[in-house]
Design a protein around this ligand. Structure first.
Ligand code: ATP
Length: 359
């Protein structure tokens, strides 16, 4: 049976990457049924209202095997359903350098690691409010042992780390380390959080990670406080294999990880749950370059490749992977962020030309 994939091109410059990438995917004639949505503003117009558009997106996602998602500035819906609705708890963000990627490091050879970011908890649950709301609660600092002063005008945000949420993402990371080890990887899991200051929440993340990693004696385990880890990420990214961390650190440090290989234009991601996965580049909508058609589609294309892997099209994965490597090694059709002058679609044309030669 054909796999069903929803394509949501996203907002600002994101569709300028997504649309030529979808053309590449279609040219492979895979057994995939594509359902393509318009971008945010256009979608609301076409469906008559915000809620009708959101409902159509949700229904299409529910009937699909996976979604390829362009970045959103909030105008295109779907993201909450893809994340919390589908419980896609593990955000996998690989950083692998290839010859031709414009890394700022002197010697980027051998950078090949994956950040697994917990995707549903932490400070990203959207629970914030006025400080005064906490006045009636017994909130005390473990540091000063004093109750929280709720008299100043201010805001709070809630950070939630659960045992179950941590255990499932760490297991996922361990399984990934095992898969990578079977293909010649280091067989190592690194866990990072701010467990010295956030003793309860990040302390729990650390404790559950340690416990869970013991179930995988074939995987080496190490842990660092997140500020120390940030330095290691830049100074010796080659030492890393699979790194697991809570949501906020994962969001920030995966942009840094992308920086080590040559920038946001090169960094894909996939968000996996028990029964569903969707794929999106880690970059945002790049509003500063909208309409210029210079956005680098590599991140979107490699995210699509992760999706094809999830949907079990291994030959297509190998072909695209090879074609991307060739385009970069060749260096003649690179986008501006990689030191070239090719447009987004010229880059994709070069990939298609390489694909035509790789069977
Ligand atoms: P978000 O918070 O949604 O992740 P952001 O604030 O991190 O978004 P981005 O949209 O990721 O912002 O863009 C950051 C910078 O990187 C911008 O200058 C943007 O143009 C550039 N950028 C992002 N993605 C790409 C890409 N694929 N190709 C070229 N430049 C990009």
């Amino acid at each position: 049976m054909a796999k069903r994939v929803v394509v949501i091109p996203g907002d600002d410059a994101a569709p300028e990457a997504m649309l030529p990438v979808v053309e590449i995917l279609k040219s492979l004639n895979l057994d995939i049924q594509w359902t393509e949505f318009p971008s945010g503003g256009e979608g609301v117009k076409q469906y008559g209202s915000r809620s009708a558009f959101d409902q159509a997106l949700r229904a299409a996602i529910d009937q699909s095997d996976s979604t390829l998602f362009g970045s959103t500035n909030g105008t295109t819906g779907g993201i909450n359903h893809l994340r919390w609705g589908k419980q896609t708890f593990a955000n996998v963000r690989p950083a692998r350098w290839r010859p031709g990627f414009r890394s700022p490091l002197k010697n980027p050879e051998g950078i090949d690691f994956v950040i697994v970011r917990e995707n549903l908890e932490d400070l990203y649950m959207g629970i914030e409010g006025d400080l005064q709301q906490l006045a009636s609660l017994p909130v005390t600092s473990w540091l000063t042992r004093k109750p929280l002063d709720t008299t100043p005008t201010g805001k709070f945000a809630i950070k939630v780390i659960t045992e179950e949420g941590t255990r499932r993402v760490v297991r996922f990371a361990c399984e990934l380390a095992r898969k990578r080890k079977a293909r010649g990887g280091k067989g190592k899991l690194t866990c990072t959080s701010k467990y010295n200051m956030l003793r309860e929440s990040d302390g729990l993340f650390r404790r559950i990670a340690e416990e869970t990693a013991k179930e995988y004696p074939d995987i080496r385990y190490e842990q660092y406080i997140v500020d120390d880890f940030a330095r290691r990420l830049v100074a010796s990214p080659y030492d890393l294999d699979v790194v697991v961390m809570p949501n906020l650190y994962g969001d920030i440090l995966s942009d840094a990880a992308a920086g080590t290989i040559g920038g946001l234009g090169l960094a894909p991601s996939g968000c996996y749950g028990a029964n569903y996965a969707y794929f999106e580049s880690i970059h945002g909508t790049a509003p500063d370059i909208v309409g210029k058609h210079i956005i680098n589609p590599t991140a979107t294309l490699l995210s699509a490749t992760m999706m094809l892997d999830y949907l079990n099209f291994p030959d297509a994965v190998a072909r695209i992977d090879h074609a991307v490597s060739q385009v970069y090694a060749d260096g003649r059709a690179l986008t501006v962020d990689q030191g070239g002058s090719a447009s987004s679609s010229a880059f994709c044309t070069a990939v298609r030309e390489k694909l035509a030669n790789v069977r």
